[in-house]
Ligand binder design. Structure first.
Ligand code: NDP
Length: 282
């Protein structure tokens, strides 16, 4: 299941929606992207997000702050962006330097501008099964499974990894789609046996190529969320592609899989936030 063509199609569709909505509203959606420090990974992600915005007709406003910025200064910027009527989405690229508390920053973003879907209000709404801004990577996984016509309802889904940004929200979304969900993590006993129960196996652990054929039931659908560098410096997933490909019925590559869907969903979230804030029906 490739992300490249699918994500490009979704971005183009969002671009067309942006044109229509902007004419009706007399203004364009705007996304503020905050980066703190010089982490090369963050710079790459931030640049990709800004470029994708521009291609879709969404205005992007970049704020690159030095590593030394204080939490108070960052909070003041977020407060200003919360009030700014040109800005419909605010994204603060994680991770942040140690002297800044990520949770405090996430909580400072207005829930209706929280296009990452990390604010406790959006997390709570998601767990209640209510309408909200969805976290981008989990939303991208669901979009991918649907686009590739993989059935979800009634399927046994095992998710490896229970982080707040991937594992837990994808579990909520798979539940919403009527899958039977198991969340596995580093304390799970006999992980290979648990994984082999899965019709859909979603892996988000951050361990290069840890998941092999012994974790996969023949014919299972495998979604690899991991983005890691192996010892040779090559970008690889959490799944050992060569070992799993002959066993799985479908598998996402890394790079070129879920990561591209994340950016496509960010654009979609920005448009959703724009519609809600400006009172437009999409
Ligand atoms: P975290 O480090 O926050 O969480 C990792 C999770 O994996 C934890 O729940 C941990 O368990 C579990 N885990 C770690 N080691 C094992 C193990 N040996 N066996 C079973 N479970 C294990 O990671 P993230 O969720 O933030 O990211 C995971 C991966 O996904 C990373 O490679 C990251 O780069 C990538 N990623 C990709 C995105 C994309 O757009 N494609 C977006 C976000 C992340 P425990 O809780 O018990 O410690």
């Amino acid at each position: 299941m490739r992300g490249k063509e699918l994500a490009a199609r979704l971005r183009a569709k969002t671009g067309a929606t942006v044109e229509q909505l902007s004419q009706r509203a007399g203004k364009r959606p705007g996304l503020a992207v905050i980066q703190v420090g010089e982490d090369p990974g963050s710079t790459l992600y931030v640049n990709n997000k800004k470029k994708a915005c521009e291609e879709a007709g969404i205005r992007s406003y970049g704020y690159h702050l030095p590593d030394s910025v204080s939490q108070l200064e960052l909070l003041a910027l977020i407060d200003q962006l919360n009030q700014d009527s040109k800005v419909h989405g605010i994204l603060c690229q994680l991770p942040l330097p140690d002297h800044i508390d990520e949770f405090t920053i996430i909580c400072a973003i207005k829930p209706e501008k929280d296009v990452d879907g990390f604010h406790p209000v959006n997390v709570g709404l998601l767990s209640l099964g209510r309408d909200c801004l969805l976290p981008c990577t989990p939303a991208g996984i669901i979009a991918m499974l649907k686009a590739y016509e993989q059935p979800i309802k009634g399927q046994r889904c095992v998710i490896v990894g229970r982080s707040n940004i991937v594992g837990k929200p994808i579990a909520q979304l798979m539940l919403r789609e009527h899958a039977t969900v198991t969340l596995a993590h580093s304390r799970t006993r006999d992980l290979p046996a648990v994984c082999r129960e899965a019709d859909i196996l979603i892996v988000a652990i951050g361990k290069p190529q840890m998941i092999t054929a012994e974790h996969v039931k023949p014919g299972a659908v495998v979604v690899d969320v991991g983005i890691n560098r192996n010892e040779q410096g090559k970008v690889v997933g959490d799944v050992d592609f060569n070992s799993v490909e002959p066993v799985a019925s479908a598998l996402t590559p890394v790079p070129g899989g879920v990561g591209l869907m994340t950016v496509a969903m960010l654009l979609q979230n920005t448009v959703d936030a724009f519609c809600r804030i400006e009172g437009l029906t999409p």
